[in-house]
Design a binder for this molecule. Sequence first.
Ligand SMILES: *[C@@H]1O[C@H](CO)[C@@H](O)[C@H](O)[C@H]1NC(C)=O
Ligand SMILES: *[C@@H]1O[C@H](CO)[C@@H](O)[C@H](O)[C@H]1NC(C)=O
Ligand SMILES: *[C@@H]1O[C@H](CO)[C@@H](O)[C@H](O)[C@H]1NC(C)=O
Ligand SMILES: *[C@@H]1O[C@H](CO)[C@@H](O)[C@H](O)[C@H]1NC(C)=O
Ligand SMILES: *[C@@H]1O[C@H](CO)[C@@H](O)[C@H](O)[C@H]1NC(C)=O
Length: 468
Amino acid sequence: MLPLLVLAVCVLQGDAASLVNGSGTMDEMGICHCSVALPDSTFPADRLEILEISNKDLSVNVQEELTKMKSYQATLTGYLQRLTNLTRRVEVMEMGGIAYTELDFELLKLEIKEMEKLVIKLRESIDGSNTLVEALYVEIHNISVMVNRLESYDKNNVLAVRREIALLRKRLQDCEKNQNNQELPPINYGTCNHGGIVNISKPFVVQLNWLGFPYKFGGWGKDSYSGASQNVHWVAPLTTDARMMNLFRSYPTYDDLLLYKGATEKVFTRNVAYNNYDYSSCGQGGGVIMFNNSLFYNCYNSRDICKYNVDTNGVERKTLTDATFNNRFSYSSSIWQDIDLASDEDGLWVIYSTEQNAGNIVIGKLNPLTLVVEKTWMTSQYKPSSTNAFMVCGVLYATRTLSTRKEEIFYMYDTKTGKEGQMSIILDKMMENVQSLSYNPNDHKLYMYNDGYLVTYNMAFKPMPNPA
Ligand SMILES: *[C@@H]1O[C@H](CO)[C@@H](O)[C@H](O)[C@H]1NC(C)=O
Ligand SMILES: *[C@@H]1O[C@H](CO)[C@@H](O)[C@H](O)[C@H]1NC(C)=O
Ligand SMILES: *[C@@H]1O[C@H](CO)[C@@H](O)[C@H](O)[C@H]1NC(C)=O
Ligand SMILES: *[C@@H]1O[C@H](CO)[C@@H](O)[C@H](O)[C@H]1NC(C)=O
Ligand SMILES: *[C@@H]1O[C@H](CO)[C@@H](O)[C@H](O)[C@H]1NC(C)=O
């Protein structure tokens, strides 16, 4: 559009030049400047005046069009970015690279519809045609067609077929493992008839915590009391000082979590007087866990364990005798996590450290009703040289960092036998730092808070060793 207008102005200039002897130049703003040399002969002053006026009008028009173009350009750039994102996601889906869910699909369709509407509006608002907008329209239409095609596939049960294929693939893998005499025991959630962890899946990134990227510290998961309802998902980002847990959210279902909707938010800070807050019920560090509908955590600025009942909002607390706190012996990738709660098939645990045990990990079996530590085990693993720890079937597993992308489960302590040892199972990470890690016996998954992202891993267990 712009070059046409410029041309028009210059043609006019040409007309003027043929009438009087003049030449024109145009500056960067698209305004024409004329210099006119008057011939000696009779001068057509009236016509020159008309030409001057039209020239001015045209300059104004050029300015207006330029401004419009600029705003279209900005809108277009935004659309193009979104389009690139959408295209990438559709391509991934088309290739079947990830097992997409019906929910992903519906979201994608909604987004595309919205973009289609927007681009049609944009098209109407520009009278005449614009190649950029046309190209965008074609692309969006193309994507829409692609997704509809995917959907029509799905009417033929592509999703079901894909699940079938995944099952077959799994059976094939199982067969291969059988050949290596590596038969995995049938999955039996909540029980311990297996011989310990054999492998861990790739990370599955569920989403970013609802407060966003700056909230790098925290914890999340489901109720990890054996047999508890598994619908509710809780998320507890710490404040950006990496220390205080002053609130958490629980989402009634997994889909609500994904859509950031339907959450119940509980706040621990109490406003006791004007500008005077009570932080004593707040938590400290990301060692939080949900167990039997109560949140268990290290109480703020203390060596106490807090138990927050989600139904009654009541808080109970009990001092964890001898435990060190306030960053004396935290984990290497997350400060303020001196006292880390955990749960497994055997119940509730607390992982901490004492001066007597020289900063090495102490495992305590915690009574969820009285908050009393009923038994303790002293390990020889220095707590600050591990990044986190969790319990499975009465065995403590500790992790350490191998690189920005890899974490290793490198140490274990079996509370049933008192045996400890080294091991190596690698976990891939999306982000650099592990801020919390806990196991849920109800789904055999690890829940990680990874620089603000909520991530899960599936765990596979070895068969029971033969009682030779
Ligand atoms: C216009 O001016 C140019 C030089 O400036 C001259 O060569 C040309 O002959 C002039 N034309 C007329 C019509 O006067
Ligand atoms: C596109 O995706 C990237 C990350 O994949 C994100 O940072 C960016 O904000 C997205 N752009 C739009 C317009 O949604
Ligand atoms: C639509 O997308 C497909 C796949 O990316 C591509 O091959 C095709 O050329 C596109 N058509 C148009 C009109 O852009
Ligand atoms: C463990 O998992 C990794 C990645 O998920 C896989 O490549 C590897 O083959 C698995 N090992 C065993 C012994 O199953
Ligand atoms: C679980 O919660 C129920 C209801 O509050 C309570 O009766 C029961 O004793 C609790 N059990 C454990 C192990 O905490």
